[in-house]
Design a protein around this ligand. Structure first.
Ligand SMILES: [Mg+2]
Length: 233
């Protein structure tokens, strides 16, 4: 019987993508808006792709209306360029991820899904390259809501539509590498597992009070036990 909804962030948590991620966005923005704004140096960590596009263009003086007008075009351009450009060699899986996904997918109490700031099409492409996409039947993406804090509810609703079960509180587990992943878990009183495989150390993540904090997800047995035995506390 299903008991746990486990939601994985992508970048910095499941995998890392070489700098082509940024360069493709710079190219798409330049093609559509004539400027990439602050995209070459902007902090992308834990942010929605949609939010990043607005932030980098607003820093170049573009108005919200102007950005919105061409948003569909830049999104399509970025996704197309990313699919054309990204190769398997651009993606590195974090330590232990393949083993952890393999293990979790064998447990009938666990429903795996994604909770990520990526657009679905580019996020799925990142997972296809190292062949882990099939582990995730659905997800909550940047296409689904304007802010990450709204994504847990989206994921819970998609889980309900798929399985008939409504997951609540610590039966929802959100695994991510930034303070934003920890914050969005709080919205639904979900359990947050923070992992320091992205750009933030365990000391930095600790300040944001995740329920559980790991250097990496390499200890499959420890992570599995934490997921299967999580309860309200
Ligand atoms: Mg991340």
């Amino acid at each position: 019987m299903l008991k746990k909804l486990v939601l994985f962030d992508i970048d910095g948590t499941l995998l890392s993508v070489s700098k082509i991620n940024r360069s493709v966005l710079v190219d798409a923005l330049t093609e559509v808006y004539g400027t990439a704004g602050s995209a070459p140096t902007h902090n992308f960590c834990g942010k929605m792709d949609s939010v990043i596009i607005y932030e980098v263009l607003q820093s170049a003086g573009l108005g919200e209306g102007e950005i919105t007008e061409k948003f569909g075009r830049v999104k399509a351009c970025y996704i197309e360029l990313f699919r054309q450009t990204a190769q398997a060699s651009d993606v590195r899986l974090m330590v232990g991820i393949r083993e952890l996904l393999q293990e979790l997918s064998g447990h009938s109490e666990v429903l795996l899904a994604l909770l990520t700031g990526n657009f679905e099409a580019s996020g799925r492409h990142k997972l296809l390259l190292p062949e882990i996409n099939h582990y995730f039947p659905f997800g909550a993406f940047a296409d689904d809501a304007p802010s990450r804090n709204e994504l847990p509810a989206v994921a819970v609703e998609k889980a309900r539509q798929l399985t008939g079960k409504t997951f609540v509180n610590h039966d929802i587990i959100i695994i991510g590498d930034t303070e934003h992943d920890i914050a969005c878990a709080r919205v639904l009183n979900a359990k947050s597992i923070a992992v320091a495989t992205g750009n933030f150390s365990t000391q930095e993540l600790k300040k944001h009070h995740p329920h559980v904090l790991y250097e990496n997800l390499g200890r499959t047995d420890v992570v599995l036990s934490e997921i299967l035995h999580s309860s309200i506390n």
